[in-house]
Ligand binder design. Structure first.
Ligand code: KG4
Ligand code: ZN
Length: 401
């Protein structure tokens, strides 16, 4: 079966087409096309993501990205004669009433190209920035109408979890060959630490009759961890998104001064709170006060603070995950979400799993931050577990697992 994944929850416009083989006990997933348009350069000027700007960019880019993705997948076939589709046009105009420009583009595309051989659409319907989510959802509904393809709505956070469960096939011999993955054998219960710009959650994952069951057992009381990375970066005068910048500086400091005791100690919020919850706003404020006291915030001081900040947050997330592992008899750790691209986090969690003799799963670097591949994969697993397509669903910025 071929699945088209659509992701627009934040500032990445993602379109992906996968081909799945599910007629055995060993399902396989092949990427036929994978396009990602990042709005980072646009948002960087303002130091953060503005929902209405993100929405506008998605609306501008969804049709071109879909065309590119179809082309990459070898599925873009022009009609011999472009035909007006009057009746269809009316329905599409109704679905995309709030996106007149994108609507024209969608109609033009449907008139220009043959229906692609796609069996299912998987679209993120939450959580995320609601205006951004709505564009993706309405776009999915419009092309579903054009080509009569059913839709499965997907929880963005489930995408971050399941993409970690994939195993790429052995090294490809021919470069032009498409990437193929199999789904790993997962030992449950799993604890998934989801760390992104909008979330910091510990999620207990179990499997019942091929369905994944999620229970949120820890959550942030204020800022998400990625948000803290981004805000601290802004305080230090580093560009958006700050996560990768902080991580680069911290790594440099560790290489240059491996044993140095920091002159700028930061708190480890809630590390001994006895529960599995987090708080990151205090640590951000501590960085703000520390930096305000420094007359000349030199590059070397920024580097030292970045390292202390990263050490502090990693210590907290490791401690809380360790507690959850003990509490629930966990057999596998998964980390997912944009912040799981962080090298120290990847290394420290790999070591934790090794020390505790349990399994550790993390997405490939390229699939850690937002993308449509993970949405297509989550859609596939939902289909395998018997979930039915939906027509009447909404975008929901606060959707929970
Ligand atoms: O999952 P994601 O792409 O989008 C959301 O759903 O939020 O996560 C984006 C977040 C941003 O806050 C970004 O700064 C952070 O992930 N991030 C990192 C790294 N790469 C991205 N944080 C720390 N270290 C990194 N290497
Ligand atoms: Zn995300």
């Amino acid at each position: 079966m071929k699945i088209l994944g659509i992701e627009t929850s934040c500032d990445e416009t993602g379109i992906c087409i996968i081909e799945t083989k599910d007629n055995s006990t060993d399902p396989k997933i092949k990427i036929l096309g994978n396009q990602l348009y990042s709005q980072i350069a646009i948002h960087a000027q303002y130091g953060g993501v503005y929902p209405m700007m993100a929405k506008r960019e998605h609306a501008l880019n969804l049709v071109p990205q879909l065309e590119k993705c179809l082309e990459e997948a070898g599925m873009l076939k022009l009609k011999v004669e472009s035909k007006k589709l009057k009746e269809l046009e009316e329905k599409v105009r109704e679905i995309l009433a709030r996106e007149p420009e994108m609507c024209d583009e969608v109609i033009k595309l449907a008139e220009k190209i043959e229906r692609p051989d796609i069996d299912m659409i998987a679209v993120t319907n939450g959580p995320g920035l609601e205006p951004a989510l709505w564009v993706g959802v309405c776009f999915a509904k419009a092309i579903s109408e054009d080509w009569n393809i059913p839709i499965i709505p997907v929880n963005h956070m489930e995408g971050h979890v399941v993409v970690a469960m994939l195993q790429p096939s052995e090294k490809l011999k021919v470069e032009s060959e498409k990437l193929e993955y199999k789904i790993k054998n997962v030992n449950y219960p799993v604890i998934a630490l989801l760390i992104s710009g909008g979330h910091t959650q510990l999620v207990l994952v179990n499997e019942e009759n091929k369905k994944l069951k999620y229970e949120i057992v820890g959550n942030t009381k204020d800022d998400a961890i990625g948000e803290a990375f981004d805000k601290v970066a802004r305080i230090l005068g580093l560009p958006y998104p700050g996560g990768p910048q902080i991580s680069k500086l911290a790594e440099k400091e560790r290489v240059e001064f491996p044993d140095k005791k920091t002159s700028y100690p930061l708190p480890r919020p809630m590390i001994h709170s006895g529960d599995l919850n987090f708080s990151f706003s205090g640590i951000k404020t501590a960085v703000l006060y520390t930096s305000q006291k420094i007359e000349n915030l030199t590059d070397s001081i920024k580097q030292e603070i970045a390292r202390e900040f990263e050490d502090a947050v990693v210590e907290v997330i490791i401690k809380k995950t360790e507690k959850a592992i003990e509490q629930f008899g966990v057999k596998t750790i998964i980390i997912g979400g944009g912040v799981s691209a962080n090298k120290k986090i990847r290394n420290d969690f790999a070591k934790l799993a090794q020390d505790l003799n349990i399994e550790f799963m993390v997405p490939e670097f390229s699939a850690s931050t937002d993308n449509a591949f993970m949405i297509a994969v989550a859609g596939f697993l939902n289909i395998l577990s018997g979930k039915q397509p939906e027509t009447d669903f909404k975008a929901n910025g606060n959707l929970s697992l």
